[in-house]
Design a protein around this ligand. Sequence first.
Ligand code: EPZ
Length: 421
Amino acid sequence: MDYLTITQSPNLCGSIAISGAKNAALPLLALTLLSKDDAQISNLPDVADVKTLSKLLEHLGARLQNLDSHTLRINCADIIHTKALYDIVRKMRASILVLGALLARFRKCQVSLPGGCAIGARPVDLHLKAMEKMGAQIHIEGGYIIANAPKGLQGADILFDKISVTGSENVIMAAALAKGKTRIINAAKEPEVVQLCEVLAQNGIEIEGIGSNEISIYGSDGELPRFSPFSVIPDRIEAGTYLCAGAITNSRITLDNANSTHLQAILEKLEEIGFGFEITESSITILPAKKRNAFELITTEYPGFPTDMQAQFMALATQCEGVSVIEERLFENRFMHVSELQRLGADIKLSGNIAKISGAKPLMGANVMATDLRASSALVLAALIAKDTTQIHRIYHLDRGYENLESKLKSLGVTISRDKE
Ligand code: EPZ
């Protein structure tokens, strides 16, 4: 396994380009199952999760052609079976995103239950309840979701008890080919959900309420959409992570290809801490703060503060004056980075889903271990300012969602190398 060695790099400068959003790319790849037409997707991030889902589509019979390192042409005309194997799904639980599309187009599918992960149990009960509401018969057998809809899916009113990003995305894809209207109440509003709706709407599926918490999809009753080429939106979590790299080192850096409208909650929180910004149509520059104040944050669904940025802000809190308070409301175990940050000398006290961080204390380099994707990025941020060097192990977690991490950090002036255990 690889590990990263990072030497204290307290002064960053320069600019980097933000890649396509992993969490937009995944539903968009699944979307191609709805058509027999060639789908061309550009600005795909070159990350492990995209490779994993591409492999799953290939395994189902899709034909994939890399036009360049960020552009894929996919054709799902000749899908040969509809079983998403445990061996692939266990590597990436977002493979559940093929459920809605397979069921809508082929009226049956078997998808391995994704299982939990480091940050929580990650149930999919809301996905399954929604598919049943649309007329599917579903049971679990041998760790697989066995779903059948012999008469095809029917539009229905789907009320989500909890807001679910991939749950909403699965229903949107299923509803696209269903007979009649599907209304999703308490839908997720993340930019990645919006792009999925927009691509469907641009290709003949009538959708109302895009970007709101009530979306209506008028299904095509089995008629497959044709796909015109589309490009993945920028990754707001990658952008937020690099903004935190500028913030934790109190440096001026610029992010190109960043969409600031997707980052409002993050920018407002950084402004509250003491940072300024120069923002253009496609770039964000963070400006050093005279003083970095402790802060409070609660993670909520979009447009609130994203849970995927909680770990990165906890690393930043170690350098803010005073006691910061972070409350994690979405996942029951998303504090795995705390014990690793404490190994670097961070003063963090946990009480249930609330963390109190006493900041503005120096961190000391040490060996630490990545536990999940965003926790790993928090360790990278802390290593930028920890004295001496820090080794971060199990960085396959990072490779799932951050493209070219070392080269991007090196171009900002970070002393970093990747070595083999
Ligand atoms: C998506 O996961 C993202 N992944 C996650 O990003 C992100 O943290 C999460 O949304 C929240 O924003 C992708 O988009 C691929 P949820 P998802 O369903 O859809 C509960 C990253 O780091 N729930 O919105 O799986 C669930 O337990 C990843 O890039 C149910 O109870 O999350 C959680 O408490 C990590 N039953 C809450 O809802 C269900 O059937 C929100 O989960 C589904 C969800």
